[in-house]
Design a protein around this ligand. Structure first.
Ligand code: FMN
Length: 312
């Protein structure tokens, strides 16, 4: 009922861990697998250890909404390869490794190594708003170049993770598809800034960061809704998902699966609540698989008001 497929990968349910949230140590990834997650995306990994920015690097700015500037802190690919094989020994849910590197060849090299260690798919992080990779997914040409380099390097599916920090995301999504991406993941965080009200000093050590959590859900849903009619590859929706109704919104907009990040600060129990809520809803609506609801929002497009009424 909740199972779904992306490229050649079968997910027991459409809930995937978003990159950067708990996904480095096999123990926490396995804990989520036991708690009912459908797939795991690791923290973005690069060629070498990276410590990221100093604390404070993540703060809660509103209830359930966060600002982070972790700066792609990660243990480096050598350590990650050990984590990948360890995880795969104990779980068969799809493991997606998020990578970045030095230029297109650097991305390709990380992907090749991760594939060799046994992961099931690669996600390319071309969209983190507080690191060097931020500008890649702002350009259709760069998106194409980086996606193609990784596609050529591996035989497992490649997902391109896009940024909402752009006026028109459609050419970017199309560039990723043209380069052979097997799915699009959207959205990464939105650029934001929080200041100390007394001193005016930025609250994060790095200053500008990325906003995640509740406040960005309608932006993520809008992005999926906008991309859906323009590409033929599956979309994975991310941003502000806290409950089963949020998942449905993304599916109606056109997502084949979703990723969940910030909501895990509440605890792993949300997975069971979301899976149960979705199952009960589908049963009550006599829907045999959640994918039958994909893209439903688009059936109303014709009925939406195209032009504002003029003032009389
Ligand atoms: C602390 C933190 C670290 C993150 N690190 C990464 C990362 O390494 N790579 C990446 O592609 N996205 C990263 N993200 C973005 C998330 O994967 C996700 O796109 C974003 O948080 C929106 O989802 P959410 O509202 O469910 O958190 C990070 C987000 C947070 C809050």
């Amino acid at each position: 009922m909740l199972n779904c497929q992306i490229a050649n990968l079968e997910f027991p349910n459409p809930l995937i861990l978003a990159s950067g949230i708990l996904g480095v140590a096999p123990s926490s990834m396995l804990r989520l697998a036991r708690a009912g997650i459908g797939g795991i995306t690791t923290k973005s990994v690069g060629p070498r250890i990276r410590y990221g920015y100093n604390n404070p690097s993540i703060i809660e700015i509103e209830d359930g909404t966060f600002l982070n500037s972790v700066g792609l802190a990660n243990p480096g690919i050598d350590q990650m390869l050990l984590e990948i094989s360890e995880f795969k020994k104990h779980s068969n849910i799809p493991l997606i490794v998020s990578v970045f590197g030095d230029g297109p060849e650097g991305f390709a090299e990380m992907a090749k190594l991760a594939e060799k260690a046994g992961c099931d798919a690669i996600e390319i992080n071309i969209s983190c708003p507080h690191a060097e990779v931020a500008s890649i997914a702002l350009s259709p040409d760069l998106t194409h170049e980086f996606t193609l380099a990784v596609k050529k390097a591996v035989s497992i599916p490649v997902f391109a993770k896009l940024t909402p920090n752009i006026a028109n995301i459609i050419p970017i999504a199309q560039a990723a598809e043209k380069a052979g991406a097997d799915a699009i993941v959207a959205i990464n965080t939105l650029r934001g800034l929080a200041l100390d009200y007394k001193t005016g000093r930025p609250l994060l050590s790095h200053g500008i960061g990325g906003v995640s959590g509740k406040a960005i859900k309608s932006i993520g849903v809008r992005v999926i809704y906008e991309i859906y009619p323009h590409v033929n590859i599956p979309l994975i929706g991310v941003g502000g998902i806290y409950n089963w109704q949020d998942v449905l919104e993304y599916v109606y907009a056109g997502a084949s699966a979703v990723q969940i990040g910030s909501a895990f600060y509440q605890g792993d129990h949300i997975l069971q609540e979301i899976n149960q809520g979705l199952t009960q809803f589908l049963e009550s609506e006599n829907v045999s698989n959640i994918m039958d609801l994909r893209g439903k929002a688009h059936q109303y497009t014709e009925q939406l008001e195209g032009k504002p009424k003029e003032c009389l």
